[in-house]
Design a protein around this ligand. Structure first.
Ligand code: AP5
Ligand code: ZN
Length: 220
């Protein structure tokens, strides 16, 4: 299984990615998690990426494309992969097509923006694993602690309301065009030796469990 999870910031990509990767036994490639790890480690990539992320802007394509290409060389990607938060610009999508990276499904999770603002303000994250919770809608078993490790949860720097609004604007301008890009490719068929991915859109409104069921149904 090789798939792309597409959706606005806060649509629930990371939440559902956790279930998908377990069910299909594939690695989750979240460029956001990888960048946050680089920021934490203080690597040159992290230093460069931090100012874009804190501003709610996208990190330059060349850096992201390199990061993903290197990640795909690792052995655990042999039997599939789940892209979470990537690609999110047309050049990133084109770069994957040119590199011959096959995709079976593009799964779009659709959530209205007013609901997204509510979700982001209550989000808590376990930075080491990328697991996310919501204080009200998806609380951890023990308040403030990760379910698996018991380590403390944090609030992401870019989840301030102003930054969330900026991220939603960036999504509309730069990532939303991928919806048409993949749907049009699906109509054209094979390109650069790659079959077009199947396009699926589901509503991301409802409980986490309801959406998980929708995700699994869409990938049958
Ligand atoms: P990234 O980490 O990818 O952030 P994002 O796309 O903005 O998405 P989020 O992680 O905010 O949301 P999500 O859809 O995963 O939602 P979640 O499951 O957590 O990117 C961060 C930054 O890195 C970017 O701004 C950019 O600077 C940079 N970057 C990353 N990739 C890049 C790329 N490819 N190119 C350039 N720059 C890049 O859920 C959200 C909340 O809702 C949680 O609290 C959750 O518990 C809750 N929730 C989930 N489902 C439900 C539900 N059904 N009901 C109620 N609450 C729910
Ligand atoms: Zn995420």
């Amino acid at each position: 299984m090789r798939l792309i999870l597409l959706g606005a910031p806060g649509a629930g990509k990371g939440t559902q990615a956790n279930y998908i990767k377990e069910k299909f036994g594939i690695p989750q490639i979240s460029t956001g998690d990888m960048l946050r790890a680089a920021v934490k480690a203080g690597s040159p990539l992290g230093v460069e990426a931090k100012r874009y992320m804190d501003a709610g802007e996208l990190v330059p394509d060349a850096l992201i494309i390199n990061l993903v290409k290197e990640r795909l060389l690792e052995a655990d990607c042999k039997n599939g992969y789940l892209f979470d938060g990537f690609p999110r610009t047309l050049p990133q999508a084109e770069a994957m097509k040119e590199a011959g990276v096959a995709i079976d499904y593009v799964l779009e999770i659709d959530v209205p923006f007013d609901e997204i603002i509510v979700r982001m303000s209550g989000r808590r994250t376990h930075p080491q694993s990328g697991r996310t919770y919501h204080v009200k809608f998806n609380p951890p078993k023990v308040e403030g602690q990760d379910d698996v490790t018991g380590e403390p949860l944090i609030q992401r720097e870019d989840d301030k309301e102003e930054t969330v609004k900026k991220r939603l604007d960036v999504y509309v301008a730069q990532t939303k065009p991928l919806v048409d890009y993949y749907q049009q490719w699906a109509q054209r068929g094979v390109e650069n030796g790659l079959s077009a991915p199947q396009y699926r859109r589901i509503s991301g409104l409802g409980s986490v469990d309801e959406i998980r069921q929708r995700v699994f149904d869409a990938l049958k």
